[in-house]
Design a protein around this ligand. Structure first.
Ligand SMILES: NC(=O)c1ccc[n+]([C@@H]2O[C@H](COP(=O)([O-])OP(=O)(O)OC[C@H]3O[C@@H](n4cnc5c(N)ncnc54)[C@H](O)[C@@H]3O)[C@@H](O)[C@H]2O)c1
Length: 382
């Protein structure tokens, strides 16, 4: 077992989740030849990195991510800072020879995602991206079922990502709502997961048309440092610069059709993410809130064909690394432990596992096309 020096840049929600995943890796994957050692944490908010070091045991804490890039003990870096920093930090870390675990959407545009993907390829380092929903054992099982023809020929899919995280009118105007620091709104946030799931389950998307809307046009600025989805303390009001909502029609290379809808201001919807994939002889349904279940309809009845609930178990995806039998629940953080495992396995074996920067770059092209179509009102060929 060899130690691998790791660092985390940006210690908000995702920084914590990545750190917990590194810490838990040896518990779930004792045969992994690399053991993460928490070397450095960086966050620009005064005191936040020191607090993280105290709580999680990082050897050093800094406000300047450039110190992380220059630290020879750091061999792998989690980039969990806001979107506008992904390109700058991602490219710099790759050029410094660090392996990269970077959060979606990887920058503000397809150009940014491509730049990070190119830097990683040039440097010969590994790059893993935070498309965690594809790591759910039930999602992997659905993919296998679809690929094996278990529901016949896929005809159409519906993918939804509804959340209420920005529904409260007092939800603060953080970096997420600004073009300069967040880029797009729900497109880069929730819809980026949806585009990845669409590609993961059904393959390449060849054309799309989309519509977007802003439903909460103004919010109050935060009055102090923020992390996650903070409520405002009553700062000055400013405009929401990116979309709250997107709906999109998709065409796949296979001929299948799809609908993707995402919204961050859906009252009554908490992490309501999922898909319904339909084929000529069956269907498969997944809901993130019942992450370890699939609803499956298979057979030769066509009409009135029953739907069964299938609980994933030790034979499905990475389930066996977490629970001994079906019906024992895995949770959100476990998806990040799986992602961390795929990242370190990529480093150990010199070959990629899981979602890569090429996936992020292709997904970002889909998102940019949605934004373009929402303006032009036209179908866009990809
Ligand atoms: N995969 C997922 O399910 C998922 C979920 C949420 C967020 N994300 C992604 O993770 C990233 C971070 O999101 P979050 O929710 O953790 O945001 P957050 O606002 O909670 O945290 C961001 C952190 O970055 C820090 N930061 C800002 N500028 C910095 C700089 N120059 N140097 C170092 N640190 C800096 C902030 O102080 C903050 O602590 C985003 O790109 C987001 O799209 C992914």
């Amino acid at each position: 077992m060899e130690d691998l020096g790791v660092a985390v840049v940006g210690f908000g929600w995702m920084g914590r989740v990545h750190t917990r995943a590194y810490a838990r890796l040896p518990h779930h994957y004792p045969r992994l030849p690399l053991r993460p050692r928490l070397i450095a944490v960086a966050d620009e908010v005064p005191g936040r990195a020191e607090e993280a070091a105290g709580q999680f045991g990082f050897a050093t804490a800094t406000r300047d991510w450039r110190e992380v890039a220059a630290d020879p003990q750091v061999r792998a870096v989690s980039v969990t800072a806001p979107n506008f920093l992904h390109r700058r930090i991602g490219v710099a870390m790759a050029e410094a020879g660090k392996h990269l675990w970077i959060e979606k959407p990887v920058g503000l545009s397809a150009g940014d995602a491509r730049a990070v993907a190119d830097a990683v390829a040039r440097a010969g380092v590994q790059g893993t991206v935070g498309f965690n929903y594809r790591n759910a054992p039930a999602v992997e099982k659905a993919r296998e079922l679809i690929a094996a023809g278990g529901i016949g020929t896929v005809t159409h899919v519906r993918i939804r990502l509804f959340s209420d995280y920005a529904a409260h009118p007092d939800s603060a105007l953080t970096w997420r709502y600004e073009r300069e620091r967040g880029g797009s709104g729900v497109l880069g946030d929730l819809a980026s997961h949806g585009a990845d799931l669409a590609r993961f389950l059904l393959g390449d998307i060849t054309a799309l048309t989309a519509d977007t809307a802003v439903f909460v046009p103004e919010r109050a600025r935060p009055t102090g440092a923020t992390a996650g989805h903070t409520r405002t303390g009553g700062g000055e009001r400013g405009p929401v610069e990116n979309e709250d909502y997107v709906s999109c029609l998709l065409r796949f290379a296979s001929g299948a059709r799809g609908v993707l809808e995402a919204c961050r201001v859906s009252v009554g919807e908490q992490n309501s993410y999922g898909f319904e994939v339909h084929g000529t002889s069956g269907a498969v349904f997944w809901d993130f809130r019942r992450m370890n279940e699939l609803a499956v309809s298979r057979g030769t009845s066509f009409q009135d064909q029953p739907v069964s609930t299938v609980y994933v178990g030790p034979g499905d995806g990475e389930f066996a690394a977490f629970q001994p039998g079906a019906g024992n629940a895995m949770g959100y953080d476990d998806l990040k432990v799986i992602e961390a495992h795929r990242f370190l396995r990529s480093i150990a074996e010199g070959t990629p596992y899981g979602a890569t920067l090429a996936d992020a770059a292709r997904g970002a092209v889909v998102l940019d096309a949605m934004a373009e179509s929402a303006v032009s009102g036209k179908w866009i060929d990809l």
